[in-house]
Design a protein around this ligand. Sequence first.
Ligand SMILES: [Zn+2]
Ligand SMILES: [Zn+2]
Length: 262
Amino acid sequence: MNFANQQITYVFVLYGIVVLIPFFIFCKMKPEILSAWKVDLKNKKDTKTHEVKTTVSSFFVLYGVLLLAGLFRDNGILTFKENLPDWYYVLSFPLVVILHDTYFYWTHFLMHKSKFLFQFHKDHHIGHDATPLDVYAFHPIEAFVHFIFFLIYPLIIPSSLATMQFMFIWMLVCNSAGHLSYEFYPKYLYDFPIIKQFNTATHHLMHHKFYNSNFSLYYNWWDRWMGTNHKDYFETYQNIKKETEIKARIKDKMEIDLSAIN
Ligand SMILES: [Zn+2]
Ligand SMILES: [Zn+2]
């Protein structure tokens, strides 16, 4: 199997596990046991047909980028480094995550700030009520902007294929979790300085609702430095966690009452 076919097969399997299974569990089955964690920002709009169409076109774009990567590889332009020192392997993952976070923030920020560029990003915002199906719901040009990072990066910075694949998994997991409409990030963890650097699901759900704030992906750094966090983000997050606690307590109490009756 050639390089592009091999990589796209991995992506299909990964997409099934990380996107489709959570979509059916959390957005279709909506298990009662997890209802306390559901976030409802009242963004109702069913856009699944649009999400499926844009996702299919994004897969074609990804396949095109993978074909290009395969061509570069065959011609010696792209070489994945497999004999790197151990310390480099360890550091290469946080490095690629931090640089991808920066790339994502600025491309996303610019797509919102320029009217011309927003026409290529608005496809992602048609799904107001975010679901994991939004992770690849992109206009083909936006899809190209996102996927080309995974080709440019190893051309500039020595990287193993495993690092890039692991990065792709990490991106898809974080993206799927950010579109889940469930807030599983525990309140007490958010009080720790290191953990506090991570974005929550609430952060991206508010981006879908309010558009012009909360542009970052993994970490909250760029939004803090650039002052682009929504003014009510932290308060909304705290309120959602309080609601979750209350709903969980009510649910526990109802279960205790019911077992007493039975
Ligand atoms: Zn989104
Ligand atoms: Zn956006």
